[in-house]
Design a protein around this ligand. Structure first.
Ligand code: NDP
Length: 253
């Protein structure tokens, strides 16, 4: 890790949603390595969350963990209040928590739709709304919404997921306009295929088909994904706002 990158995030405070596993965990650790204090939440994976908290502590940064559902408006407000009270500032928000409930539209239930939209899109609204006043008052902040190329191109079996991720693009661009005057940036980061538990369960033939459409010929790692996220939060990216940045091995272009 180069000195400049480390210095830039030192002593800042981030909230990362859905960080017990996968990309969120990698982002939390990448920020921790750069000296950033990290508050994170998760829904059910208590052991994994405890492990992450231990790893963050070993990096010498402070950490706070909350078990909650990002779709719960009041719980999001409460977590943001707790983090602001404890750390005295919130510099970064990464809306990462996300789920899939894939089915063709004919088989997609109302529940499949609601759960995905509530977690992936309403969760991001809940946390963005809660942190906005804190960041506006400080005249500094960066919000990063973790999106997907499914939201850019659409994807068979993912009407709910693609709609939630496309919705994040609209949320991102609107908040970027609303918060820019207070020096708060808002971007989305759309991944292609990243190797996590979310994608490890995909049938091999589907994975092979996706890989055929990735010019770089491989899935990304959670660590690669995290480094792009850290860049978009860093001071090197302060002039970037309102963008949906794709990190997808060239999958959607
Ligand atoms: P994982 O399934 O590996 O991890 C998801 C994390 O989100 C878990 O820690 C989970 O908590 C948490 N989470 C899920 N629902 C909630 C909720 N309601 N409240 C709080 N936390 C919740 O997924 P990935 O790491 O792969 O995905 C992370 C993000 O990246 C998602 O937004 C996903 O859509 C996006 N993405 C992923 C891609 C990929 O190829 N992997 C590609 C494009 C985008 P718990 O462990 O407790 O269940």
């Amino acid at each position: 890790m180069d000195e400049a990158a480390t210095a830039a995030l030192r002593k800042r405070v981030a909230i990362v949603t859905g960080a017990a596993r996968g990309i969120g965990r990698a982002i939390a650790l990448e920020l921790g390595r750069r000296g950033c204090h990290v508050a994170f939440n998760y829904r059910a994976s208590r052991d994994a969350a405890d492990r992450l908290a231990g790893e963050l502590a070993a990096l010498g940064v402070e950490c706070a963990a909350a078990q909650m559902d990002v779709a719960d408006f009041a719980a999001a407000e409460a977590m943001v209040r707790d983090v602001a009270d404890r750390f005295g500032r919130i510099d970064y928000l990464v809306n990462n928590a996300g789920i899939v409930r894939d089915h063709f539209i004919l088989r997609m239930s109302e529940r499949d739709w609601d759960e995905v939209l509530d977690t992936n899109l309403k969760g991001a609204f809940n946390f963005s709304k809660a942190v906005a006043p804190v960041m506006m008052k400080a005249r500094f902040g960066a919000i990063l919404n973790i999106s997907s190329v499914s939201g850019v191109t659409g994807n068979i079996g993912q009407a709910n997921y693609a709609a939630s991720k496309a919705g994040l693009a609209g949320l991102t661009k609107t908040l970027a306009r609303e918060l820019a005057g207070r020096n708060v940036t808002v971007n989305a980061l759309a991944f292609g295929l990243i190797d996590t538990e979310m994608t490890q369960g995909l049938p091999e033939e589907i994975k092979a088909k996706i890989l055929q459409n990735i010019p770089l010929g491989r899935a990304g790692t959670a660590e690669e994904a995290a480094r792009v996220a850290a860049f978009l939060l860093s001071d090197d990216a302060r002039y970037i706002t309102g963008q949906v940045v794709q990190a997808d091995g060239g999958m959607a272009m």
